[in-house]
Design a protein around this ligand. Structure first.
Ligand code: G3P
Ligand code: CA
Length: 246
């Protein structure tokens, strides 16, 4: 059965990549959560999508230029007040540390996909930090480490031969199959527009296919019927309902 992962928690309904968003996705009944990590100036792991804080919090500038305690003082961007289910309690949300998210997920016993956002900045040492953090705070959690940046995955494979790896792709990569074999990458996390591409016609023994970000009902039905390993969606309740109806 295709698994349903909440993208940045339940991004369609709640402020993305917050503990609130993770709790709500878990409440909806997801099989797993997808979240994004960056490194702060003092090399702490924080859960946020963009390289900068501007879009989602009330500050400006790169995450990498803030110390953790400075990031923790930022409040949600006012744009979230336009959400139809907005509540003033959302004002309490802060940028989570990875360990805070791991605590929530370990307790809930759902799976996790940690995307290491290492495309614009490589964040030297982030791979070991992420592995150590998971080992310490969520030792029983089923985790896939994904990145668009192949060297990040190669480094994780060097550090942990048993780690589950997902290669994020948005464009056809001619050497994809060679990379999967060479670096023992377990999954391809593909933009939904790539799903019918011949490169993704993969032998199940080579890699599983996960598809993101699938939000429209007709697309969800398509991918669920195609039997992809996982769909990653902003609207977990919609995907779960459609899966039940199949
Ligand atoms: O992991 C799937 C998806 O999250 C990758 O794209 O930009 O939403 O992080 P993005
Ligand atoms: Ca992501």
């Amino acid at each position: 059965m295709t698994k349903i992962y909440g993208h940045r928690g339940s991004k369609g309904y709640f402020p993305e990549n917050t503990l609130l968003s993770f709790h709500e996705a878990i409440k909806a009944g997801v099989d797993g959560i997808e979240l994004d990590v960056h490194f702060t100036k003092d090399q702490q792991l924080v859960v946020i999508h963009d390289e900068t804080v501007d879009r989602t919090f009330n500050g400006t500038g790169y995450v990498k230029d803030y110390n953790l305690h400075e990031l923790k003082s930022l409040k949600l961007n006012q744009s979230f007040q336009s959400y139809s289910n907005y509540q003033s309690s959302w004002e309490l949300e802060r940028i989570p540390m990875l360990e805070e998210a791991l605590d929530v997920l370990e307790t809930a016993k759902v799976e996790l996909n940690i995307e290491l956002k290492t495309v614009m900045f490589n964040y030297p040492g982030i791979e070991q930090k992420v592995l150590d953090c998971v080992k310490k705070y969520a030792p029983s959690l089923s985790v896939t480490y994904s990145s668009f940046h192949l060297p990040t995955l190669v480094r994780i494979r060097e550090l942990d031969p048993a780690a589950e790896l997902g290669f994020l792709i948005q464009h056809p990569i001619p050497s994809l199959h060679d990379y999967l074999r060479q670096f023992k990458i377990d999954k391809v996390h593909a933009d939904k527009a790539l799903f019918r591409h011949p490169l993704l016609n993969l032998d199940v023994e080579l890699a599983d296919v996960r598809v993101w970000t699938v939000n429209k009902a007709n697309d969800l039905v398509d991918f669920l019927q195609a039997g992809v390993d996982t769909v990653i969606t902003d609207y977990p309740d919609r995907a779960l309902r459609l899966r039940n109806e199949l």
